[in-house]
Design a protein around this ligand. Sequence first.
Ligand SMILES: NC(=O)c1ccc[n+]([C@@H]2O[C@H](COP(=O)([O-])OP(=O)(O)OC[C@H]3O[C@@H](n4cnc5c(N)ncnc54)[C@H](OP(=O)(O)O)[C@@H]3O)[C@@H](O)[C@H]2O)c1
Length: 263
Amino acid sequence: MEVGKTRPVALITGASGGIGAELALEIVKDGYDVVLVARNQAQLDKVGGDLHNQFGVAWVAIAMDLSTPAQVEVLMQTLDEKSIAPELIVNNAGYGLAGRAEMVDVEQQLGSIRLNVSVLTELSLKYLPRLLSTNRGGIINVGSVAGFFPGPYFSVYYATKAYVQSFTYALANELKSSNVKICVICPGPTLTGFQKRAGMDRSGVARSGAAMTAAEVAEIGYAGYKKGRVVVVTGKLNRILVLLSRLVPVSLFVRAISRFNRP
Ligand SMILES: NC(=O)c1ccc[n+]([C@@H]2O[C@H](COP(=O)([O-])OP(=O)(O)OC[C@H]3O[C@@H](n4cnc5c(N)ncnc54)[C@H](OP(=O)(O)O)[C@@H]3O)[C@@H](O)[C@H]2O)c1
């Protein structure tokens, strides 16, 4: 089946599992074909195959490490050659690394900035002119509640998510006069592959009682995007946390986050 022949196309990064795979499900249910991108080809094929079996959609899986230089160009060229023109861009791929900043591998921390910030920015800026030329479609960026305040023992990750939020908010203002939508989904703790890659204790997150499932996050997040919301904080507890971060003096709030994140 040819991707984009009869349905609009969504490009989803980090679609091999976790929140990305669940967003792919929501988006397919909404009538899109999908381009799935991540490093693990077998996992992408499984996600795409399952979506096809359930909903009969066309899909293509492109395995690449987006954090290595020039990969966004390679991805866009590959899609252009196949005449696939995504009208929904989902910048979901991302990771964080827990620990005291100077003790965490520097190259991996820089890689997270490339993936969470540079790749997201490049895909947004390079696809935006195309979306604007047809005056439809949109961009979904996956941020985090971590974007609302600084996070000791997760410093680089929180800072990358603050960028995602600021960038999305500003673009939303610029896009106001068009039909192109942009939204940042801000989940709190969600049980996915994230914790393992971050080097965190997954059971601690599960025990906290605050964790949501990737399916819940994707459902709430995509519904928010469809409604035209610019910032979607998923879940009541996360919304309370964000509200508190605005009410409590930042030094006090950061102290509390530090206590929560300290390994
Ligand atoms: N889980 C949470 O608690 C939480 C909370 C707030 C925000 N978020 C955000 O949610 C987004 C999705 O994370 P998740 O929780 O679903 O974690 P996840 O299960 O680890 O998923 C991350 C996805 O990104 C892909 N990916 C990682 N590095 C990549 C690279 N270099 N190139 C291409 N793809 C890459 C992974 O696939 P491969 O390994 O196959 O490459 C996977 O599909 C991230 O932006 C994360 O910051 C997560």
